[in-house]
Design a protein around this ligand. Structure first.
Ligand code: NAD
Ligand code: UDP
Ligand code: UDP
Length: 322
């Protein structure tokens, strides 16, 4: 018999959250999506609003939430540097107070709880690629700290609630993920470059474009989320989820130019402060403990993402035409 649960997804109308809600609904669960729409879009879950097992609640996770659920996925938090630096105090509150409230809820309802942590806990890493045992190299007082330190404090809270209160926790350290439904204007590199290439505008490389990132397609990541949540209770946490394929930002720009057939030229802009110089997940743990690894190569994922952005931009242009 199908084990159907009442599942809370915070940040459920964001990029990753909307795919997660779909995946959980597909498996027969009841989904309560909680979001304050700070960076998420109603558009991401519009197709789910009429679903009989889907509910949407506008709510800020910094405020306590009293609902009856069996499982919690805590994704609420702006994820792009442009967004999380717009209101850094709110970013810290969301990570820290949001974690406390969701952990309090998990404790009371005896729910298993998942935390969307991040590769940013490794900061500008001195160990490469990054295994889960690496403690990181994070500036505690810089412009990225609201996100990095907020997420690090949330990790601490999760482990303290586990040790002190017996809460059943799951934790993914997510590396850069991309795909359809990313906000086209959130300033992240994949969305920026695709929009710039499709519009024939210059592609903005920050610094020399020699810094590296590893890009995971959203479908692979959500499969990893589900495997991680379903893992046995004694599975060691956290677990890195990401695609180990590593590219310089310049290489990414060249691939996107080629795939879009764009003639966009590259322009150089200052490198933001504390921008990590390299990033690649060591996914040994995910492979061994979850049997998970990504399947979708960068070019294939980019082709799907470009198609999506092309539609979004075409629709926007059509609605702007009088
Ligand atoms: P997103 O901005 O699209 O989604 C975040 C969602 O959280 C949005 O819908 C936003 O409105 C909501 N939110 C923000 N503050 C809130 C609050 N106080 N109360 C309620 N809702 C709130 O970003 P995403 O890429 O979908 O990221 C989801 C999660 O995954 C975040 O926690 C992020 O830190 C983490 N993560 C994402 C990536 C990535 O590459 N996408 C990488 C590492 C970690
Ligand atoms: N909390 C919540 N929903 C619940 C239970 C708790 O939002 O169903 C909040 C609660 O208001 C508190 C936080 O979670 O701010 C932490 O709860 P906990 O029980 O750990 O701490 P306490 O209430 O004892 O401070
Ligand atoms: N970046 C860039 N041009 C852009 C946007 C980002 O060169 O228009 C760079 C940015 O400096 C960083 C990398 O791309 O080195 C990834 O940036 P993103 O904001 O997507 O994610 P994060 O820095 O959080 O990994």
């Amino acid at each position: 018999m199908l084990d159907t649960k009442r599942i809370l997804v915070t940040g459920g109308s964001g990029f990753l959250g909307s795919f997660l809600c779909e995946s959980l609904l597909d498996d027969g669960h009841d989904v309560l999506c909680v979001d304050n729409f700070q960076t998420g879009a109603r558009e991401n879950v519009r197709h789910l609003l009429d679903h009989p097992r889907f509910e949407m609640l506008r709510h800020d996770v910094t405020v306590p939430l009293w609902v009856e659920v069996d499982e919690i996925w805590n994704l609420a938090c702006p994820a792009s540097p442009v967004h999380y630096q717009t209101d850094p105090v709110q970013t810290v509150k969301t990570s820290v107070m949001g974690a406390i409230n969701m952990l309090g809820l998990a404790k009371r309802t005896k729910s298993k709880i998942f935390q969307a942590s991040t590769s940013e806990v490794y900061g500008d890493p001195r160990v490469h690629p990054q295994p889960e045992g690496y403690w990181g190299n994070v500036n505690p007082i810089g412009p990225r700290s609201c996100y990095d330190e907020g997420k690090r404090c949330a990790e601490t809270l999760f482990f303290d609630y586990q040790r002190q209160c017996g809460v059943n926790i799951r934790m993914a350290r997510i590396f850069n993920t991309y795909g359809p439904r990313m906000n086209p204007y959130d300033g992240r590199v994949v969305s920026n470059f695709i929009v710039q290439a499709l519009k024939g505008e210059p592609i903005t490389l920050y610094g020399e474009g020699q810094q590296t990132r590893s890009f995971c397609y959203v479908e692979d990541l959500i499969r990893g989320f589900r495997a991680l949540m379903d893992a046995p209770d004694d599975t060691p946490m956290p677990i890195n989820l990401g695609n180990p394929g590593e590219f310089t930002i310049r290489e990414l720009a060249e691939i996107i130019n080629e795939l879009t057939g764009s003639q966009s030229r590259m322009v150089y802009r200052p490198l933001p402060q504390d921008d990590p110089t390299q990033r690649r997940p060591d996914i040994t743990r995910a492979k061994e403990l979850l049997g998970w690894e990504p399947k979708i190569a960068l070019r294939e994922g980019l082709i799907r993402t470009i198609e999506h952005f092309d539609e979004v931009l075409t629709r926007a242009a059509a609605s702007a035409t009088p």
